[in-house]
Design a protein around this ligand. Structure first.
Ligand code: ATP
Ligand code: MG
Length: 391
């Protein structure tokens, strides 16, 4: 039997609401395990810790750890060895852990103990000293270094004693589903999957909306959005992607609007369509991957034009991020390689050589109204395709 100990982060600050956050976390964890065929893996919760138990072999353990890497709401986790609260049992487990670490190349270590069960006769300092003594006797080559050790042996005294050394960092944040639902405008680019990931990390359930302009954009461009949605869905217990053909809307804008305004007007149309969909599927806000001044359509004036005709809040989690840090996150979550495939998104079509940089919202409104796009948007939305991606 393998046991993992999971540490909750921000969740623990939730006071009276802690139980409801914990129950969403547990539900998410069970759903993710079951989607990997691991319905037999057990999960229990006790005093601010989650425990996961698997009776399978290493292949199953690897799948469990793959799930833990993708679970919002935990700050860390570790495979543990557990034993009774008998002092000599604890020392024996610590010595075994130290031997393993020494054999795998560690030269220095320290012990960190935590006595959650205050009735245990040794306090945390005494546990560290005793474990250090036992390890010095049995594994003489491994030396104590409290400032900068190669490894740390953790001992947690709870209803049982848990010993571990390979502590992994979790994603942190809050469990998905504790902060309402948002509709992500998902392009084939680098930014929008990262924007969705960040909002999911604040507990938001994510639905996604992708616009394509087939046959002006390729099927491969649409596939990029499907694949990015699958990556995002692997952190959110699946994700529903709405795919809307925006060709007629885009052509009308291109034919009838001043060239320099094409991109801003297209974004306004996307927002109108997204707001209508959000209302239908009960999403509380729109989420986009816009970042201040990244491109001409993302100056503060143009962002104001773009959201000027919608009433639903537009969240832009990347507004203050630079491209390098967005790319770092995209690599971490696994969307980067998809996003850099060389297929053009519909926003790049008909891109004017000299776009308006500081659009006036009143003028944008007039130009937009003159286009009378609403019937085309309604039509596009009515024939939208729905795909469930990732799990
Ligand atoms: P990148 O900037 O890395 O090319 P991006 O997804 O941010 O990718 P932008 O052109 O900067 O692309 O678009 C700004 C935002 O507008 C996107 O983050 C996304 O939220 C939304 N968006 C753009 N194109 C589409 C699209 N085809 N479908 C849905 N949303 C889109
Ligand atoms: Mg961008």
């Amino acid at each position: 039997m393998t046991t993992w100990l999971l540490k909750l982060g921000e969740l623990t600050l939730k006071g009276k609401n802690l139980k409801s956050f914990e129950s969403v976390l547990k539900r998410n964890l069970l759903a993710m395990l079951s989607s990997k065929g691991l319905s037999n893996v057990r999960v229990t919760t006790r005093n601010g810790r989650f425990y996961v138990y698997s009776a399978g072999g290493e292949t199953e353990n690897a799948l469990v750890e793959n799930v833990l890497c993708r679970l919002f709401g935990i700050t860390g986790w570790a495979r543990t060895v557990s034993c009774t609260k008998n002092v000599s049992d604890i020392m024996a487990v610590c010595v075994e852990e130290a031997k393993k670490l020494f054999e795998s190349g560690a030269a220095t270590y320290k012990v960190e103990a935590r006595r959650a069960d205050k009735s245990f006769p040794l306090d945390s300092y005494q546990i560290c000293v005793s474990a250090g003594g036992a390890i010095a006797q049995a594994v003489g080559g491994l030396k104590v270094n409290v400032r900068n050790p190669d490894c740390i042996i953790y001992v947690e005294v709870r209803e049982k004693v848990y010993v571990y050394s390979d502590a992994k960092k979790g994603l942190g944040g809050l469990p998905v589903g504790t902060a309402g639902r948002g509709l992500l405008l998902l392009s084939g680019g680098i930014d929008s999957p990262v924007a969705g990931f960040l909002m999911a990390g604040r507990g938001m359930g994510i639905d996604a909306l992708h616009f394509h302009s087939y046959p002006y954009t390729s099927l491969e461009a649409k596939q990029k959005a499907l694949d990015a949605a699958a990556v995002l869905g692997s952190y959110t217990m699946g994700l529903r992607l709405y795919v809307v053909a925006f060709t007629t809307v885009q052509l009308k804008i291109k034919e009838s609007a001043p060239q320099s305004w094409i991109t801003v007007l297209l974004r306004m149309a996307m927002m109108e369509c997204a707001e209508k969909l959000a209302e239908k599927i009960k999403s509380k806000c729109l989420v986009s991957g816009e970042s201040l001044s990244q491109v001409a359509s993302q100056t503060i004036e143009n962002l104001t034009c773009i959201q000027s005709r919608v009433n639903v809040p537009v969240l832009r989690p990347l507004i203050g991020s630079d491209k390098d840090s967005i790319i770092t996150t995209a690599r971490k979550i696994g969307s980067y390689e998809i996003s850099i495939r060389p297929h053009q998104d519909c926003c790049m079509l008909f891109n004017p050589p000299h776009p308006v940089l500081h659009g006036d919202a009143a003028q944008a409104g007039q130009l937009y109204e003159a286009l009378e796009l609403s019937p085309l948007i309604d039509e596009a939305l009515a024939s939208c395709e729905t795909v469930t991606c990732g799990c």
